[in-house]
Design a protein. Structure first.
Length: 159
């Protein structure tokens, strides 16, 4: 099962779900897809979509998932890494009115550079990322990584 996390922003992230739908129809994604969509309203015959579920249920889905596709929110990325999941992250972008600014681009880039995730900047890169995910060996995220926390906190303070 693939878990998709769109976070809790009150803006839609249709672009990502449309690309996942295409990849399901193409056969690139062969597993069941579960989506925590938040405020994104999307109809699909190929994905199981829910708005919000309790944290405990979400954590159970994370544990079952073979990998996670997520928006570029720090919380969604960190929760998945703490569950030792392989993660593909895609930033929500201001130009599509998916977020108030483009800070998720930098977050995704930072985690990607550190080797924790496969970070992509465009939904069109998702197919390649999915093809890489099985061989991807993420660097183990360390919860006590003070340097990473400091970088994230400094970045958030700039926003």
């Amino acid at each position: 099962m693939v878990l998709v996390l769109l976070g809790t922003q009150n803006n839609s992230f249709h672009r990502l779900l449309e690309k996942i739908e295409q990849l399901l129809q193409k056969g690139t994604i062969k597993e069941e897809v579960m989506v925590q969509a938040g405020y994104t309203k999307y109809e699909s015959q190929n994905m199981k979509i829910f708005d919000f579920i309790p944290k405990e249920e979400l954590e159970k889905l994370q544990e079952k998932a073979s990998f996670v596709i997520t928006h570029g929110g720090v919380g969604s990325i960190l929760l998945s890494l703490k569950k030792d999941k392989k993660v593909i992250a895609v930033p929500r972008l201001h130009e599509y009115k998916e977020h108030v600014n483009d800070h998720q681009k930098e977050i995704v880039e930072l985690f990607n550079e550190k080797g924790y995730i496969i970070g992509i900047q465009k939904v069109d890169e998702l197919e390649q990322a999915i093809q890489k995910i099985k061989q991807f060996q993420p660097k183990k995220y360390q919860q006590n990584n003070e340097k990473m926390l400091k970088i994230i906190e400094d970045f958030i303070d700039k926003i």
